[in-house]
Design a protein around this ligand. Structure first.
Ligand code: FMN
Length: 167
């Protein structure tokens, strides 16, 4: 198994160390290596780095409190004008998000995937604040920072969840 896949965990506590611009670019390059349905590449990325906006994101959902410590947030959106089926937007953006999380591990960064859609209240809160167009569906916001916590690693491999089809 790739070491980045093996050790990745959601990290919700971060140090004050700012994130180098080239690392942000590396995360976005990783995101855009993800596969998309019909190769439409409808993902869009809004990078947030100012303290005030990060603190505001912490209030847009009961589960984004870690943004108060995060040094950056990447909002992942799908352009409905490019991909009209939301189900594809969600899976395409999810693949890009996972690439960001794994590249984050590679770069020594801690990340946490926080859902926005399909919760309508959260979608509205993000739309109102960041003023993106109605055509853009916000799928998730990823908190990014240098880790300030170590967590117990638990092996989740479970043979009971696997069936080998035999005809
Ligand atoms: C679709 C999705 C939405 C999530 N939303 C949140 C969230 O809003 N806040 C949060 O702290 N973690 C969120 N997480 C992270 C999960 O809680 C986390 O992945 C799960 O507990 C497993 O822990 P691990 O990532 O450390 O393996 C989300 C994960 C996914 C895949």
């Amino acid at each position: 198994m790739l070491e980045e896949i093996r050790v990745r965990q959601s990290i919700r506590k971060y140090t004050d160390q700012p994130i180098e611009e080239e690392k942000i670019i590396a995360l976005l390059k990783a995101a855009m290596r993800a596969p998309t349905a019909q190769n439409r590449q409808e993902w869009r990325f809004l990078v947030v780095q100012d303290r005030e906006s990060l603190d505001n994101i912490a209030t847009f959902s009961p589960y984004t409190g870690m943004m108060k410590q995060a040094q950056a947030a990447i909002i992942v959106l799908g352009d409905r004008e490019v991909t009209p089926t939301d189900a594809y937007i969600y899976v395409d953006c999810a693949a890009a998000i996972q690439n960001i999380l794994l590249e984050g591990v590679h770069l020594g960064l801690g990340t946490c995937w926080c859902a926005i859609g399909p919760n309508e209240e959260r979608i509205e809160a993000f739309k109102n604040y960041f003023k993106f167009p109605n055509t853009h569906l916000p799928v998730a916001v990823i908190a990014v920072g240098y880790p300030n916590e170590t967590k117990q690693w638990i092996d989740r491999f479970d043979e009971n969840k696997i069936t080998y089809w035999k005809k």
